[in-house]
Design a protein around this ligand. Structure first.
Ligand code: SAM
Length: 287
């Protein structure tokens, strides 16, 4: 992969620290995110015999769940992360779900079998493309005419207590960075509803629906590690800490811990998560 190759930064990111951390925390992460995946799965409403793509399938939980819901049919989980897909393969073997295939590939450029899938699903796996219109146009080539798209993505940080609380605590010590441009790759790429709608329409989707949904997120916490550090290790807050001057890191972690403590219930911290549930169809008359 050359330095300027498409999605090169994300490919590196998800094949190094992020992918490894995700594998380590996979069981807890799947519990925390299960409700959001369920929202997108219910909206997709896959039925027996259908073929579905799971974009950015990560450690495979949602690909396997889709297959279990359909009983017959096929699921193609596509992801760029080798460590996360290795975990997905292990889990697939444990469950003997032969009709699930995992493919290490960039969904933005992967050569999907044309017009052959009934649905495209994603739980937080579609916000990392350098060029989202090109990526969704490519993904759409795999869909049958009229095929369904359903995914969940994060609403803005300000609506998401689980990121807003630790971030505001960090900003007591460091300057707030400029917000990224709408669509710039990252967890909040599609937080701007209007931008997301236009992006999907430009990629050839129609009947776009974007609905706000909120769910409590229960994070398992370890008693032997500062709470602020645990949040910094698992999400967008971590980037703030990595980029902070060394002499401020301890104070940032302490402030985050203090801000998060009111949300602790037993061995969990429970904070609100806010997503867009996005559905659309492959416009029949698009090439
Ligand atoms: C936030 S994680 C979500 C993983 C999984 N969907 C879940 O809910 O557990 C984002 C996933 O998107 C994958 N990803 C990022 N860019 C991608 C791309 N261009 N093509 C395929 N997968 C990608 C990452 O490797 C990662 O597994």
């Amino acid at each position: 992969m050359t330095e300027n190759a498409i999605n090169a930064d994300q490919i590196e990111f998800w094949n190094s620290t992020a992918g490894e951390q995700w594998v380590k925390g996979q069981e807890n992460m799947d519990k925390t995110l299960a409700g959001f995946g369920q929202l997108a799965m219910t909206a997709l409403a896959p039925v027996s015999g259908e073929a579905v793509i799971d974009v950015g399938c990560g450690c495979g939980a949602t690909s396997l769940a889709l297959m279990q819901v359909m009983a017959h049919g096929k699921v193609l989980g596509v992801d760029i992360s080798a460590p996360m897909l290795a975990r997905a393969e292990e889990r697939s073997l444990e469950l003997s779900l032969d009709a699930v295939t995992f493919q290490q590939a960039d969904a933005a450029v992967y050569d999907f079998e044309t017009n052959s899938f009934d649905g495209v699903f994603s739980r937080f796996g579609v916000m990392f493309f350098d060029n989202p219109v090109a990526a969704f146009t490519n993904i759409r080539t795999g869909l049958k005419p009229g095929g369904r798209l359903s995914f969940v993505c994060w609403r803005p940080v300000s609506d998401n207590q689980w990121t807003r609380v630790p971030m505001m605590a960090a900003f007591e010590h460091i300057e707030r960075p400029n917000p990224p441009a709408p669509g710039a790759p990252g967890p909040f790429a599609f937080s701007d509803q209007a931008h997301t709608r236009t992006m999907l329409e430009d990629a050839g989707f129609c009947d776009v629906s974007i609905e706000p949904k909120n769910l409590p997120m229960a994070f398992s916490i370890a008693p032997d590690k500062p709470l602020g550090l645990q949040f910094a290790e698992m999400g967008p807050v971590g980037r703030l800490l990595v980029n902070a001057p060394d002499d401020k890191k301890t104070a940032i972690i302490d402030s985050m811990t203090k801000a998060l403590e009111p949300f602790v219930q037993g061995d969990q911290a429970i904070l609100d998560g806010a997503v867009w549930l996005v559905t659309a169809k492959n416009a029949k008359d698009q090439p």
